[in-house]
Design a protein around this ligand. Structure first.
Ligand code: ARG
Ligand code: ZN
Length: 844
């Protein structure tokens, strides 16, 4: 049954202290709890209700006297004194049998936990909700050499260790790790002089992959002090790498747990993109210490309070460490690919949802990435200085609180005197606004008229107008900027803005920096797009113009059988050979819209997308581009080879990105000779993987694939790449077969989420392959989701999003997709997670 935001009530009791003792055994771990409760003066008196799932209760006591609570599937109820009391209980759990990777589980011989959102109830009976905060003391008894929990170490001896976390926290931030691990240690001194011990803990053999993560951590700690005035608040900060993990990482207080793919890095095994992502995730989890831990969420509806803000903060960090324009372009590409797709389909939901069945299904691009966009818009609307003051107020007013979006908006209202009630609609209404623009030029007056409109989303037929910050610049006929960026504040459904003293008809550069997460529908000529690509001073809109030019050309090829657009080819040649432009920018401007992006655009324009036609058009355009740039590509390739020792910084990765984009062009004409040469001499993963991808693309990857496997068969993270690359580069009619064959490989296992995503997740990303007319892609994925669901509901449910676009396609494909989904829904005992997802998708 769904839970509703409007039904929130505080918990009956407050929790002053929690003492936990873990007696670790793979198949029967004992958890002994001693919890100090007292009646909550702000709640109505009630019997004690504790959450608990899959626990064997051995005994329970209140104030030392045995009690017999009423136990059910979801927890227990117990009559308690109307005064402070001590609850004690012992439960048995089975970490080894825990394949869902939620609660306490085993991974590669170590114990670890994942409690967010509601995993703590699988560890012991407890009020497992974020507004119940307490001080935890933890004793771990186990034979592993390393026994970790939150907070500071108190004492340890042979086979045991004790930890105390002085900061009150909700149960979802609890963590425990036990294993025979090795560490990569370091230190950090905070601005006020606190000496902090830092560790990254890994399995023996992975020590060599910790240095980059550690440097990223120290840079994150310094950055949060400088930019947000936030210091670390414990004597120790531990990070642990775990191979089996449902998500990227988790911000447990003082003990962050990472999917090993999101922390382990070395030049030989990780690509430049991996390094950038690892740096961002380390920062993200560290930043949660303030935005998430010190200030947490009142309930799970407020998830975007911590996630949107923390994603926004990690994006700022990456912009400061690397190139801000490049980061912005990358983020918008990802936002459109994941969030716009979600927002315009059956799974659309508000940034702050009003109800859910399974909260794990709401760790979405909308909550995270659109949530971050809302922070960016707020900052644009109030200005940098007011943003800084609002954040200071937020930290001082709400430190130690379990807060809400209302609290968050209130600090901005109090600091600026603005009324943010219209802005709040961004949190409450799902859907991507369409922004229509008309222009008028008369005398020397230029007028832009905007009209906003948001299509209905599930459960929300009507959409009132939102406040939209529109960053605008105007260019004169020679490409000079006649109006530098200013922010128009649109609040009405339709609204005009006039500019006087404009000597000739300008070219508008609208939505600079992508100042709002909307779809701009303004029709524009190819020549105007080429003009903006050449002259716009805003790097985002410069890129956007090139992207739109490429997209429009592709759409004409797909729907009208047009030839590749000469204006695009000329413009891209001019752009690519302009050595004054950042190589990383040029690499991004050379990338074409994805097949799924094109399907989204076709759907938006009222067509039913034909995946094979999309694939064909991209192939044709790539071939035409290779010819057009045939002189330039070898020049770029040679010019941007990096001779210096490998460093994963912005400059080197930009050069490699451009050289590898050139390699892509070259491969189309030389059949893979250059790619083979690069593969043979590559000494870093960025070069090796790009070469392998090109060889697969050219149809001559077999030998290199075998060599790659042989070289890396003992490195799980690299073998994940080996699995996914083959699926991603499979021809549309071969994708399902190739994926199926890989699931029969001895290294394939559905128990490891990374491996499952590398294989079946890659199939979902091979657009023309997954949506192949045969329906083989749909059937294969659904069959594997049926296998995975009893093992790991969370990852299964997440991967159902592969089907979220099913109604875009033709009737025959829809029938096949529906059959696959109904077949999945029919599975006996299908999890709540997957049931919710499939049901919502089918209701489209
Ligand atoms: N809070 C974590 C992060 O964003 C994500 C954990 C999500 N876990 C889950 N089971 N849904 O860093
Ligand atoms: Zn997060």
């Amino acid at each position: 049954a769904p839970v509703y935001l409007k039904d929130y009530t505080p918990f009956s009791h407050l929790v002053d202290e929690v003492h936990l003792t873990f007696q670790l055994e793979p198949a029967k771990t004992r958890v002994i709890s001693r919890i100090r409760f007292r009646p909550n003066p702000d709640a109505t008196a009630a019997p004690l209700r504790l959450d608990g799932e899959g626990l064997v209760l051995l005994w329970a006591k209140i104030d030392g006297n045995p009690v017999t609570p009423e136990v059910d599937e979801a927890g227990l109820t117990c009559t308690v004194p109307d005064a402070p009391f001590t609850w004690e209980a012992e439960v048995e759990i089975n970490p080894e049998a825990n394949t869902a990777l939620e609660g306490l589980y085993r991974s590669s011989g170590m114990y670890c936990t994942q409690c967010e959102a509601q995993g703590f109830r699988k560890i012991t009976y407890y009020p497992d909700r974020p507004d119940v905060m307490s001080i935890f003391t933890v004793r771990i008894e186990g034979e592993e050499s390393v026994l970790l929990s939150n907070g500071n170490p108190v004492a340890s001896g042979d086979g045991w260790a004790e930890w105390h976390d002085p900061w009150p926290k909700p149960a979802y931030l609890f963590a425990l790790v036990a294993g025979n691990l090795v560490n990569h240690p370091d230190r950090f001194t905070t601005a006020s002089g606190r000496e902090v011990e830092l560790n990254i803990w890994v399995r023996p053999g992975d020590e060599g992959k910790c240095a980059f993560g550690m440097e990223a951590l120290k840079r994150s700690m310094a950055w949060d002090e400088e930019v947000y005035g936030r210091e670390y608040d414990l004597d120790i900060f531990n990070i642990v790498a775990v191979d089996d993990f449902n998500m990227g990482a988790m911000e447990n207080k003082g003990l962050n747990i990472f999917n090993s793919s999101c922390v382990l890095a070395s030049p030989e095994t990780s690509t430049d993109a991996n390094f950038e992502r690892i740096e961002a995730i380390i920062a993200h989890e560290y930043f949660h210490n303030w935005t998430g831990n010190r200030i947490t969420c009142r309930d799970w509806f407020q998830l975007c309070l911590k996630e949107g803000l923390t994603v926004y903060r990690d994006a700022q960090f990456t912009s400061d460490m690397r190139s801000a324009p490049v980061k912005r372009i990358e983020d918008v590409i990802a936002l459109r690919a994941r969030q716009f797709r979600e927002d315009n389909g059956p799974l659309a939901h508000p940034v702050r949802p009003a109800s859910f069945v399974e909260i794990n299904n709401f760790y979405t691009a909308t909550v995270y990435e659109k949530g971050a966009e809302l922070i960016g818009m707020l900052k644009t609307l109030v200005g940098d200085e007011a943003y800084a003051r609002a954040l200071d107020l937020y930290f001082s007013r709400h430190d130690g609180d379990a807060a809400t979006i209302e609290d968050w908006l209130k600090v901005f209202e109090d600091v600026t005197g603005r009324d943010l009630s219209q802005f709040k609609r961004w949190y409450e209404h799902a859907g991507t606004p369409r922004l229509h623009v008309t222009e008028d030029y008369e005398g020397d007056r230029y007028t832009l008229t905007f009209r906003q409109e948001t299509p209905p989303t599930p459960g929300q037929p009507e959409k009132p107008p939102r406040v939209i910050p529109i960053a605008l610049g105007l260019l004169g006929p020679n490409g000079d900027e006649i109006l530098p960026t200013q922010v128009l504040e649109m609040t009405e459904a339709e609204q005009s803005f006039t500019f006087d003293g404009i000597p000739s008809r300008p070219t508008p550069s609208i939505l600079r920096g992508f100042s709002a997460p909307v779809i701009l529908t303004r029709p524009s000529s190819n020549s105007e797009r080429a003009f903006l690509l050449a002259h716009d001073t805003d790097p985002f809109n410069k890129w956007e113009a090139g992207r739109a030019l490429a997209r429009d050309g592709l759409l004409s090829m797909i729907t009208k059988g047009a030839a590749p657009d000469d204006l695009y080819l000329d413009a891209v040649l001019t752009m690519a050979r302009d050595d004054s432009l950042d190589p990383a920018f040029r690499a991004l401007a050379l990338a074409l819209p994805s097949q799924d992006d094109l399907a989204q655009s076709l759907h938006e324009a009222g067509h039913s997308p034909d995946p094979q036609a999309i694939w064909d058009a991209l192939e044709t355009l790539r071939q035409a581009r290779a010819h057009k740039l045939q002189d330039l590509a070898p020049r770029l390739y040679a010019q941007y080879q990096v001779e210096a020792p490998y460093a994963p910084d912005a400059e080197q990765s930009g050069a490699r990105a451009l050289a590898n984009a050139a390699l892509g062009l070259i491969t189309r004409l030389d059949g893979g000779a250059q790619a083979q040469a690069q593969f043979d001499r590559a000494d870093n993963m960025t070069q090796q993987l790009a070469a392998l991808a090109n060889l697969l693309q050219a149809g001559r990857g077999e030998t290199a694939l075998a060599a790659f496997y042989d070289q890396w068969k003992d490195d799980r993270l690299v073998i994940d790449k080996w699995f996914s690359l083959q699926v991603l580069h499979a021809a549309p009619d071969r994708a399902a077969d190739i994926t199926r064959a890989l699931t029969e490989h001895p290294d394939f296992t559905p128990r490891n989420p990374n491996r499952f995503r590398a294989t079946l997740g890659a199939l979902a990303q091979n657009h023309a392959g997954f949506h192949h007319a045969s329906g083989a892609g749909y059937a294969l994925l659904a069959q594997w989701l049926k296998t995975l669901d009893p093992i790991n509901p969370q990852t299964t449910a997440r991967m159902c999003t592969a089907f979220e676009t099913w109604t875009r396609y033709d009737a025959a494909r829809q029938d096949k997709a529906r059959d696959a989904l109904e077949d999945l829904l029919d599975l006996d005992g299908l999890s709540r997670d997957t049931t919710e997802m499939v049901t919502r998708i089918l209701e489209a």
